[in-house]
Design a protein around this ligand. Structure first.
Ligand code: GLN
Length: 438
């Protein structure tokens, strides 16, 4: 791990000699597979895991001429908002000393903020690109579900997540999105959109005539200083010819609950593969020793359950275990309809609310995070409080829509991000709106 906690692994991977990203350096979140370079997901479970193949986005980076400079730190398996659940230690926030860089893609955002990489890739299941972008004062984009291939992304909650770019400016982040977007036959959820995109060209700062809707539900609960900074960014858009109106989205009051039920349920299923047989860490059921001996999967009495349990007890951190347990519970017979099905209904409602609001507006705008970056060290004590901080980001994943976080200014010297949400596959409009500010 690098001293500032930005990179779990510092290793250069050179791309093609030329291409649209020639000469550019990129940090890649450590849940995105890199052939021959270990990919830990911030977990002890995968501390020594070296993928035998590249994720599609990594292939595309290489073809575009980029140089990957390292694998960026993250909350374990993407579960967190501070990068403090990483098994390898925390990451400093280059824009706010003593504060967390956000998460879960905290290493990626910090790499760009610190100038250790020109660009970065993260993944956003419930805000993990936008949250650290806001906390580190950089730009981050969460693409429409299906715009970017997830092939080679280690799954946390696959129905919600997308790989997304970071940059110092909207134009730079959009250039990176142009490289990774577009259909991939190895990910059947990708679509034709994005094949010949030129999102970077949309970063022209022209918001004259742009209609912005501001969901009051995403502003009312936010910190006073955050709201002030957000409002001054809106004023700037207005000065440049945009207009805005307020809108109510009652469904978002249930988004955090719905998101966590769905995310934990999917996580409990996706993480079942880490059993010490197929991947990564393996506990020895007899001695507790780590290793790869073939006897390790069988205890002397042949108790596989015990071997699996020990492996998972040792390999997963506390937050991951909490979520696997809760997710398994939510999916279990007798509770499935009460939790999982209800959460799916709420998801449909959120989607409908956003689609309706976007009929009368080009974009929706809100603070990205309701609070400025947290102080380091405090976040692990109160998981529920952490979950609530995702109130403005998770509805967008439930609705499968694209969103961008752009620096809006500061409150008490701490970065504040403004989020623009657009219609499905209308990345151009959020890029245009954001480019008026950064
Ligand atoms: N904080 C959210 C969570 O912990 C977001 C995570 C993410 O987008 N990967 O689930």
């Amino acid at each position: 791990m690098s001293d500032d906690g930005v990179f779990v692994t510092e290793e250069r991977i050179e791309g093609a000699a030329d291409g649209p990203l020639a000469g550019q350096t990129v940090a890649v979140k450590d849940n995105i597979s890199t052939e021959g370079v270990r990919t830990t997901c911030g977990s002890e479970m995968l501390a020594d895991y070296v993928p035998p193949y590249d994720a599609t986005v990594v292939e595309r980076l290489k073809e575009a001429g980029a140089t990957i400079v390292g694998k960026a730190n993250m909350d374990e398996f993407g579960m967190g908002s501070t990068t403090e659940t990483s098994a390898f230690g925390p990451t400093e926030n280059p824009a706010a000393e003593g504060r967390v860089p956000g998460g879960s893609s905290g290493g990626s955002a910090a790499a760009v903020a610190a100038g250790e990489a020109d660009l970065a890739l993260g993944s956003d299941t419930g805000g993990s690109v936008r949250n650290p972008a806001a906390f580190c004062g950089v730009v981050g984009i969460k693409p429409t579900y299906g715009l970017v291939s997830r092939y080679g992304l280690v799954a946390y909650a696959n129905s919600l997540e997308q790989i997304g770019p970071f940059g110092s400016t909207v134009e730079e982040a959009a250039e990176l999105l142009d490289v990774v977007a577009g259909p991939d036959r190895r990910d059947a959820t990708t679509r034709d959109e994005g094949a010949d995109s030129d999102y970077a060209a949309a970063a022209d700062g022209d918001v004259d005539g742009l209609e912005v809707a501001v969901p009051t539900n995403l502003v009312d609960g936010a910190d006073e200083g955050v709201v002030e900074t957000f409002r001054s960014a809106l004023d700037e858009l207005e000065d440049r010819g945009a207009t805005y109106h307020e809108v109510e989205l009652p469904s978002v009051e249930h988004a955090v609950e719905a998101y966590y039920v769905i995310a934990m349920s999917e996580a409990s299923s996706n993480l079942a593969r880490f059993d010490g047989v197929r991947y990564g860490h393996r506990a020895d059921a007899d001695t507790g020793e780590q290793g790869s001996s073939s006897s390790a999967t069988q205890s002397h009495d042949g108790n596989w359950n015990e071997a699996f349990a020990r492996t998972r007890k040792e390999g997963f951190g506390e937050e991951v275990k909490r979520r696997v347990l809760l997710g398994t519970y939510a999916l279990s017979a007798g509770y499935h309809d009460k939790y999982y099905k209800k959460a799916q209904d709420a998801r449909a409602w959120v989607k409908q609310d956003f689609d309706e609001a976007l009929e009368d507006a080009d974009v929706l705008a809100s603070p990205t995070m309701p609070v400025p970056p947290f102080e380091r060290g405090g976040s692990l004590d109160d998981p529920l409080q952490m979950y609530l901080a995702d109130a403005n980001t998770v509805p967008v994943n439930l609705a499968d829509l694209p969103a961008i976080s752009v620096p809006a200014g500061e409150t008490d010297g701490l970065p504040v991000g403004i989020q623009f949400v657009g219609s499905a596959f209308d990345e151009e409009t959020i890029v245009r709106a954001g480019s008026a500010l950064a």
